[in-house]
Design a protein around this ligand. Sequence first.
Ligand code: HEM
Length: 141
Amino acid sequence: MKFRALLTTLALAVLAGPLAADETELGAKMEKMGGAFRALRRQISDASKNADSLAKLAVIRQNAEASAKLDPAMTKDIPAAKQKEFVARYQAEMKKFLELTGKVEAALKANNNAEAAKLVNQLADAQKAGHKEFKKEDKKK
Ligand code: HEM
């Protein structure tokens, strides 16, 4: 029934609206990194895909650079006196993350996929550590 389908679509739009509005600008950059990173992990050992892997890495790097300029949503939840230090630590972690992406890039350009794969595991570790420390939902766990 067409009318029912229309109603369902409308209901979903009404429900999804506030959910989407909940996402932060930083969250949106992270989502973009997420898509590229999933693909990168799958193909990092495949030398025939190195050109595409470099493109995925560029997406990660650009969004990480933009992320470094934004404050984590959690900043507002910690005492005012500690916020500056919290953001400085976040920025330092992001800087390290960006340096790692540079190393992956160099390994790929040298067609050293074994090294690139190792470094991508380090990116995953940095993601985990970064989320544990700076991402609201993960901090609670
Ligand atoms: C491969 C690297 C990474 C990937 C793929 C990734 C992916 C994601 C994803 C998918 C989210 C959820 C976005 C949403 O809210 O919808 C997220 C959130 C977040 N990530 Fe990452 N992340 C990475 C590295 C990092 C690093 C290194 C840090 C910190 C140094 C970090 C800090 C955060 C924070 C703070 C949030 C919560 C958003 C906010 O506070 O507004 N992430 N990330």
